[in-house]
Design a protein around this ligand. Structure first.
Ligand SMILES: [Zn+2]
Ligand SMILES: [Zn+2]
Length: 317
């Protein structure tokens, strides 16, 4: 990409006030290829997730899975609904291709319905918990962020009676504010691939996550599943700052699972608790500027931790 292309891309895509309400300017923006410097290190997550979201919207536009979560009339019903739409959408294809596409789209919608139905079921029996406990060993960590569980969390998970109290940290990482509620430090069972059909509760698909990561991971799939405009809070030393949406942090941590320090670092979620930091120090913590870090390679230093009282005021869910 040469100088002119760079400046023209920035110019065309940033002047939103003049362009965002004019269809003609939008088409010229839509035709541009997004240069690598825009998406940077998180390029594949940003591009993959937008495609995932578009496909999700496409499937929902043909048949809304939400209508069938409580009362599913069966696969045949979905086939019927899809059958009416496919010839209109793919008029250029031969009828025998239509049959295949109808099957594929119906299967995907059917999978999405069962995924949403499963969303409601969260209880795991103690057999599965002990099995996971065996795999994780005596000092388990959250598979997403590397938080090391306390004896309180372990006993609670295994349903052992305990006198331990939940940890209550006096300082909170404002970029990954774990510890404001008891649930944050709890051990919970997480599905790695919420989409996997049939094998959802297979032990290979289960991991132990902390309550904080699990709360925000929820059943979201793409970084765009949360508002594009991240929250802004008032930091005691830095003033108004943008903080990442917790799901962005969880998505990035669960995909990277290691410190992304350029000089190389051996810290991973198996041996350390990780968090996120801005790549450009003066920049907002959005998915383009976020980087997974260990505390050693974090340039924010003590600014990262704010008092519990303040965190409760500005960050409480
Ligand atoms: Zn975690
Ligand atoms: Zn590091």
């Amino acid at each position: 990409m040469d100088f002119n292309q760079i400046t023209s891309f920035l110019d065309k895509t940033s002047s939103r006030l003049e362009t965002s309400w004019q269809l003609s300017s939008l088409s010229s923006i839509a035709g541009l290829r997004v240069p690598d410097f825009i998406t940077g290190r998180q390029d594949s997550i940003l591009k993959a997730d937008i495609n995932v979201l578009w496909t999700q919207w496409f499937l929902e536009s043909i048949c809304d899975p939400e209508r069938f979560v409580d009362n599913y009339p069966g696969y045949a019903y979905i086939i019927h609904a899809v059958k009416n739409e496919v010839p209109l959408l793919f008029g250029n294809l031969e009828p025998y291709n239509h049959a295949e596409i109808i099957k594929q789209i119906s299967r995907l919608i059917d999978q999405e319905i069962s995924r949403r139905q499963k969303r409601k079921r969260i209880a795991f029996d103690s057999k599965i918990k002990y099995l996971l406990w065996d795999i994780y060993g005596p000092e388990p960590r959250c598979w997403i962020c590397g938080y090391q569980f306390s004896p309180w969390a372990i006993n609670k998970f295994l349903k052992n009676p305990t006198d331990d109290d939940a940890p209550k940290p006096q300082f909170i990482d404002y970029l990954k504010p774990i510890g404001l509620t008891k649930r944050d430090f709890q051990m919970e069972v997480d599905h790695v691939f919420p989409f996997s059909d049939g094998g959802d509760d297979c032990i290979n698909n289960l991991r132990i996550a902390c309550g904080w990561c699990n709360t925000y991971k929820s059943d979201r799939l793409a970084i765009y599943d949360v508002a594009a405009r991240p929250p802004v809070v008032y930091h005691p030393q830095m003033g108004r700052v943008t903080i990442p949406h917790p799901f962005w942090t969880v998505r990035l941590l669960s995909l990277r699972r290691q410190c992304e320090y350029e000089g190389g670092c051996d810290k991973t979620v198996s041996n350390t608790e990780l968090t996120v930091t801005p790549k450009h120090q003066e920049g907002a913590l959005n998915p383009i500027n976020m980087r997974v870090t260990c505390l050693e390679h974090d340039h924010l230093g003590s600014k990262r931790f704010i008092s519990r009282t303040l965190a409760e005021q500005i960050l409480k869910k």
